[in-house]
Design a protein around this ligand. Structure first.
Ligand SMILES: [Zn+2]
Length: 246
């Protein structure tokens, strides 16, 4: 086939795929994950209205914020932010629930991409060398089929071009769920749950630790402490959401 023929063929294939997509959506409309209304072309998981209404924290514009405060006196952190506020039973918390327990890793990639697009405009990723998602215990990752923080990191990577490092730190203890624990119990529960397996992969680099939802910050802090054992490492923090008001 000559160049002209190939172009015609490509155009026809694209038109056919759009037609098919339109037909599928007629019978199985894609719905906004927050409000449930049908999505229009160009909207991926959220309608424009819910996208605008997302409870953004704007913490990346304030060097001293509630997320950075979580690490004060425990681990030295260069920059820290959470993209959204987490409110129980809000439309958005349902989306996070799907990401964590509903077998929807694609939501993580999309949210990672969304937060990176907003944060990169303010220089949040400047001097960062590598993205490190907070690891899950092997058993939990097998059950779930994926690590939601790694999916967020993959989304961030598509925008920033930064590498994702998943093998340097491991979660060596499978802790019970933190949900029903007191603040004190949460901090006790995370003692020694992470281990730095490959300090040489992080040594001398600026690591951006990526997590999903922060409540007390105990788990992420334990992970940061493990990463901090790599010689000459510096650490920044990016979480999808925080339960803190700050
Ligand atoms: Zn919506």
């Amino acid at each position: 086939m000559d160049v002209n023929g190939r172009n015609k063929y490509n155009r026809a294939t694209r038109a056919l795929s759009r037609w098919w997509q339109g037909l599928v959506e007629l019978f199985f409309p894609r719905l906004c994950l927050v409000c449930g209304k049908p999505l229009i072309e160009g909207e991926k998981f959220f309608c424009l209205h819910c996208d605008i209404d997302m409870p953004r924290t704007g913490f990346h514009l304030r060097p001293d914020n509630a997320v950075k405060d979580m690490f004060w006196g425990l681990v030295t952190v260069e920059r820290a932010t959470a993209y959204l506020y987490y409110r129980r039973k809000s439309g958005f918390s349902h989306t996070i629930h799907l990401l964590k327990y509903g077998g929807r890793p694609d939501i993580g990639v999309e949210l990672g991409r969304a937060m990176a697009a907003e944060l990169s405009a303010t220089g949040f990723f400047e001097s960062i060398d590598v993205l490190v998602p907070v690891p899950l215990h092997r058993r939990k990752q097998r059950q779930r089929g994926y690590n939601q923080s790694e999916q967020l990191a993959n989304g961030v990577a598509t925008v920033t071009g930064l590498p994702v490092e998943t093998g340097a730190v491991e979660r060596c203890k499978d802790t019970a769920s933190q949900t029903h624990k007191s603040v004190y119990e949460r901090w006790e529960n995370v003692e020694g749950i992470f281990r730095l397996l490959h300090p040489e992969r992080l040594a001398g680099r600026h690591v951006l630790l990526i997590d999903d939802v922060l409540t007390t910050g105990a788990t992420l802090c334990a992970c940061a402490e493990a990463v901090a054992q790599a010689p000459g490492v510096s650490i920044s923090i990016l979480a999808l959401a925080t339960a803190s008001d700050g």
